[in-house]
Design a protein around this ligand. Sequence first.
Ligand SMILES: [Ca+2]
Ligand SMILES: [Ca+2]
Length: 316
Amino acid sequence: MHYRLLLCALCLTGCLTACTKGPEQVLNEDWVKEAATKANAVLSRSLIAWKGETPTFDGQIGKGEYADASHFTWTDEWVEAMKQEITSPEDLFFEGWVKHDGAHLYLAFDIQDDIFYGIETERWISPEYPFTHVIGERERGRPWFGDMIEVLIYGRLLDLKAPIDDVTGDGRGIQIIYNLTKSLEGGVGVPGMLPHGPNRTVENWENNKRWILEDIIESKTERYDADNRYTVEIRIRLNGGIEISEGIYWSMDTGDTPIGFNLAIGDVDTQHKSPDNILHHETWWAGKWNSSDPNTRKKYWGLLVMTSKKKVLDRK
Ligand SMILES: [Ca+2]
Ligand SMILES: [Ca+2]
């Protein structure tokens, strides 16, 4: 009797394992591939946003805090947009994690950078752009200038099935800046989020501001000066943030859903490392935009699969 029960239990486990569809399988569906291709997504770049435990939102990456998340790391597959290649981990290196807890999407970064701009250097700027660090300057500010992270989300990629150039700064498409030494809410000297610009629409600017002021997006930072590294946690509210069709936001009740996702990590050091007076590095997970298309600048995307499933943890 016990033997037969055990057999049944084994059968059931085997069936559940075989029958449970992994969230990555949605990427093999023809309609997803077709929509992604039309939206300028790079199919070889994908990550799963598993349902995980809620991390402590403090800027620190605690031991095991992201064990239930997807992990990524810088490799030479990242696409450098500046003239200077990344030549050593001391120059720039990072790893990161992504997951959600049913309420927020969490992104975490551990970034190694030998020189913190504006902390270990003068806050030097290009003489052409004197308003670089003026917070709230939509047309003349350069929010991305500094050690920074650029977060891009195209929640409606499968819905709209079209490439986008200029994002609207809300659920249709977001491109927003985290900067290590300035922020909309804290000003110059305080790390945090900033609306993207210049050369962006008023609509984009206002939507970015609303995301920051209404805490749809938030960030926390921890600096380890002696180790030349800093860690950042960014969280984005799912309800009101990850819009998958007009007015509809991804939730735990939604099936496995690929959304457009991209990241750029920017690095500024001393001025002599930036001969063009711009960033030293700007390295992109899924590429920036097609350089054969300089006029419309349709953005590249990778795919982030939102799933209510949990990652199977290694029990070793
Ligand atoms: Ca934490
Ligand atoms: Ca730097």
